[in-house]
Design a protein around this ligand. Structure first.
Ligand code: GLN
Ligand code: ZN
Length: 754
């Protein structure tokens, strides 16, 4: 029974890759320096795995930016717009595809299944040629072999690769390229024949709803790949969900082994074991690759034992559930964590040790010290007062249906709100944050390092609130915001003030490219100690007679962007957060704030991978949002904000959230999303973003006007708000002022025409 990993984090314990990449992009270091860092990280990470007892380490899981981009490059699938200039500068083209360059737009970014990792979307068009570029894989393989490691190359499989891509030509079906792409994979397989024992092909698309075409693509592709593999054994890796109706398909691809996710979908084991062909092995993804909890060794041992009885040791492999890309590297660097909470956690390195422990235990070589420690940790987690808070429990038990209902319908509320707020037609506002200047960041880091006092910090923040209010007055915006200067991050800010949530010091996880996040850890019942935003908001309101919008992050978003506890359903955790936000909403209202915005940037991200489960998720997610927001009076205007434009079928659910105003991203899709809002008769006010805040580019008044004109075709004037796509924290002040000036000007002109 051998152990393996499907992939390991790339960024480095000290985010070495991030630092190197950014230095390279600035021209501070040479390509050779960057490559040296990359090599060093690969070696270090392989050694970590080997020392933890992993038999086969993953190779080619490393990436300078993204593994889907690497696959595109490996297949020679570089869209023509990137291949300008000198063709030898491969790395320049690579980063151009990732980040764009001057007038060249980068590849689109999209979320990797239901994780917070973003990949670069492959682009397909008619007549496109492919040509294998296997250097990266072969070089990394040679590196691993030179180190004396048993290497298992990892590749994104051809069908998932195609499915994750998009056709950039209308009417072109990207699956038409299947044969051409498979041909390149075949070439690679022939090169690997005799060189490696195992090759891992990742096909997580097998856990999704598949069309007939996609199922055929699988059969066709794998028939060919099997034939080309020669002596190499293919491990078909699936993860993030159960195979369900695709189980027979996955097995019928006749690969030498199948990897399944037993953390997300423990229930599938028996059925998979029963159906597996006699020559096929099973890789048990039993240690959670997505979350930071220590494995429950006792339960996992029992699972492995059951699998062993069904299949026998020699047909089993043990692994994390998916690539460890989604967890931080090493828990031993977390010296500031509460020791009890720390004992419940495992990062990538510890997870490899868990995999090894389980493989040994299955052969009756039980590491008793490890097991005893694991049991102590688990019993502490099950009974700890840090986890269970009786007052939170009592409160959730008393939740009534009425608590998630506003008493009057939107139309009546609107009249009352208008009487109070007296807003003009086409009210102008922003999404919440204003530029996070160097001074703001400096003040925050000095305060965190205790270099300045709380009083000094508060004074500095108030200064930036005053500055942003002054500038909003100058611009003539109708609904103001305080600017969120005090917030480093929209989830972290709340997480730090909530009971039941803690933060790591170095628990970095790659979000995309060089960007990393340090997700909060929700370990126990969540509650609010004291008001979290009221002081800042009240101060901001004191500076103006215009309405000041209170800004909060919604419960679903706090949940989705955290490492969430696995000892109770996500909905229960979400409900607790909702109650904490509800108290904050109520305190803001009592402080005289007339407009409150509760952001749900991640509502859509939380959607389950299978459509059949969408309704169940949306029902509790929307319910939690309502629980957090429905305690307010009719006169208080409730806003929400979402940063994406794909609303397709979820508009009815968004309507159920019963907000008075919603702002959404819309400029990049040229207001196309509004069609869905119209189709589903979305009832209340909408602020479709009129310009993209992701670049410093200043939109012209004409551009903004043309978008608003499009919006007016579907949204009645009385329900149309005017705002940017998202918060402005990553922007500088000059372009922010220029853009907003144009935006306000257009709103004024449009009013004048009415
Ligand atoms: N209110 C937040 C901001 O303006 C919203 C951020 C977001 O939607 N991602 O920064
Ligand atoms: Zn946003």
């Amino acid at each position: 029974m051998f152990t393996h990993t499907l992939g390991f984090p790339r960024i480095g314990q000290q985010r070495e890759l991030k630092k190197s990449l950014e230095a390279y992009w600035k021209g501070e270091i040479a390509e050779a320096d960057l490559q040296a860092t990359a090599r060093e990280l690969r070696e270090r990470h392989w050694r970590l795995q080997q020392q933890a007892g992993i038999d086969f380490v993953a190779v080619n899981d490393f990436s300078l930016y993204d593994h889907v981009l690497d696959t595109s490059v490996m297949l020679g699938a570089v869209p023509p717009r990137f291949a300008v200039g000198s063709t030898s500068a491969t790395l320049a083209i690579y980063f151009r595809m990732a980040r764009g360059e001057a007038a060249i737009a980068p590849l689109e970014m999209s979320k990797w299944f239901d994780t917070n990792y973003h990949y670069l979307v492959p682009e397909f068009s008619r007549g496109q040629q492919f040509s294998l570029q296997p250097q990266k894989l072969l070089e990394e393989l040679a590196e691993a072999e030179k180190l004396g490691l048993r290497a298992k190359p990892v590749l994104l499989g051809p069908v998932t690769y195609l499915k994750l891509g998009k056709s950039v030509e209308p009417g072109f079906d990207r699956f038409a390229h299947l044969d051409a792409i498979v041909a390149e994979y075949e070439k690679l397989l022939r090169k690997l024949d005799g060189k490696v024992q195992w090759l891992q092909l990742d096909e997580p698309a097998l856990v999704l709803d598949l069309s007939e075409t996609e199922r055929d693509a699988y059969e066709h592709a794998y028939r060919r790949l099997r034939a080309a593999a020669g002596q190499t054994k293919i491990l078909l890796a699936t993860y993030f969900e159960a195979l369900r109706d695709n189980l027979e398909l996955a097995i019928s691809l006749e690969t030498s082994a199948l990897h399944i996710d037993l953390v997300r979908a423990p229930g599938q084991l028996q059925e998979v074991a029963r159906r597996l062909r006699p020559h096929q092995s099973l890789s048990l993804g039993i240690v959670d690759g997505r979350n930071i909890w220590r494995v429950d060794a006792t339960a996992a041992m029992a699972t492995v034992q059951a699998a062993r009885q069904w299949l026998g040791s020699d047909r089993l492999m043990i692994a994390p559930s998916c690539s460890l890309l989604h967890v931080p590297i090493d828990l031993s660097f977390e010296t500031q964590l509460d020791p009890e909470i720390r004992s419940w956690l495992a990062f990538a390195r510890q997870k490899c040790q868990e995999v090894k422990f389980l493989a040994d235990a299955a052969e009756q070589k039980i590491d008793t010290v490890f097991l005893a420690e694991n049991r102590v940790a688990w019993s502490s987690r099950r009974s700890s007062v840090r986890v269970t808070n009786p007052s939170v429990r009592q409160r959730t038990e008393k939740i009534t249906a009425a608590m998630s209902h506003r008493t009057t319908p939107y139309t009546e509320r609107k009249v009352k709100q208008q009487a109070r707020l007296k807003l003009p037609l086409f009210p102008t506002t922003t999404i919440g944050s204003f530029p996070q200047t160097t001074e703001i960041r400096k003040a925050r880091s000095e305060f965190n390092a205790r270099k300045i006092t709380r009083e000094q910090y508060v004074a500095l923040m108030q200064e930036s609130i005053r500055l942003s209010v002054d500038r909003q007055h100058e611009l003539g915006l109708d609904v103001l915001v305080h600017g969120e200067a005090e917030r480093n991050d929209m989830v972290e800010y709340f997480g730090q003030q909530l009971e039941g949530i803690c933060f790591t010091q170095q628990g970095w996880v790659q979000s995309y490219g060089s960007r990393c996040v340090k997700p909060p850890v929700i370990y126990g019942d969540v509650s609010r100690r004291e008001p979290m935003t009221v002081g800042w908001t009240r101060y901001a309101q004191s500076l103006t007679s215009k309405p000041m919008k209170g800004m909060l992050t919604g419960p679903v978003t706090i949940l989705c962007w955290s490492f969430v506890r696995d000892d109770q359903p996500r909905r229960d955790t979400c409900q607790q957060i909702a109650l904490a936000i509800r108290d904050e909403v109520s305190d803001l209202e009592h402080a005289g704030i007339g407009i409150i915005q509760v952001d749900e940037a991640a509502l859509r991200e939380g959607l389950p991978l299978r459509k059949a489960e969408w309704d169940d998720y949306l029902a509790w997610a929307v319910e939690c949002f309502r629980l957090s927001t429905s305690g307010i009076a009719d006169e208080t205007q409730l806003h929400t904000h979402m940063c994406y434009s794909e609303f397709n079928d979820i508009v009815p659910w968004i309507a159920q959230m019963d907000a008075d105003v919603i702002s959404v991203e819309a400029s990049r899709s040229r207001m196309e999303l509004l069609e869905a809002f119209e189709r589903f008769k979305y009832p209340s006010d909408i602020g479709p973003g009129v310009y993209d805040i992701h670049s410093p580019r200043v939109p012209s008044a004409a551009e903004i006007e043309s978008l608003l004109t499009l919006a007016l075709e579907v949204i009645p004037a009385e329900r149309l708000w005017v705002n940017p796509d998202c918060g402005l924290k990553t922007r500088g002040w000059p372009e922010t002022m220029a853009s907003l000036r144009n935006m306000v000007e257009v709103a004024r002109q449009m009013r004048a025409l009415r």
